[in-house]
Write a protein that binds this ligand. Sequence first.
Ligand code: ATP
Length: 235
Amino acid sequence: MLKVNDINVFYGNIQALKGVSLEVNEGEVVTLIGANGAGKSTLLKTLSGLLKPKKGTIEYVGSSIAGKQAQSIVKAGISHVPEGRRVFANMTVEENLELGAYLRKDKDGIAKDLQRVFELFPRLLERRKQLSGTLSGGEQQMLAMGRAIMAKPKLLLLDEPSMGLAPLMVKTIFSIIREINKEGTTILLVEQNAHMALSVADRAYVIETGRIVLSGTAKELQETEEVKAAYLGGL
Ligand code: ATP
């Protein structure tokens, strides 16, 4: 479904991605794990059209999307939930969700997906009239994910959904990620929480200072000494 081949991405003179290649197949949950500053968010921003690779190719269901406008990438079926959530604080939960569907015209489909989001996240249904800025961190994460689902993505890009959340909320969010995937959405998940990410993923890549250094099935990586020592706290 997605084929990233040998991309280089720069911020001015600083090279954040150095020859990164990875693949995501339809139906998979793939995770990209790595420390602070490794380049995880940069990769997602490049996939969703916010940054342009200087070199390399990005193929999504057979066509090139490298350097395309963010809006046409959303239209093609890729939705990005950025790090830090970024919901519109002065709008209600429901208004934020409706905004997620702004490129769609199928009213019936939109209404159906709103129902589906409320089924996945009952907490959002309870709070549909609440201003989003007053939601807890976990609720804002749910809202950001719900808003992305409203775009009806085939591929969902999630940037550190566990960040800053209490352990119980992290569990809830990850079980919803699994649910979304089961219902047919392919997922690329960027995480520092390698333990949770590897427990939900089919396959994984490890990124260090802009380079992919390891890849394999999530099970294989869970059992790799290097991953255990560096990312699983020696577990
Ligand atoms: P984190 O988990 O801390 O968010 P990350 O793996 O997502 O880390 P990136 O945000 O992709 O890392 O950053 C990769 C590198 O690019 C870092 O060295 C960072 O300082 C640099 N970088 C990111 N954004 C910018 C920017 N706007 N201008 C200059 N350098 C940047």
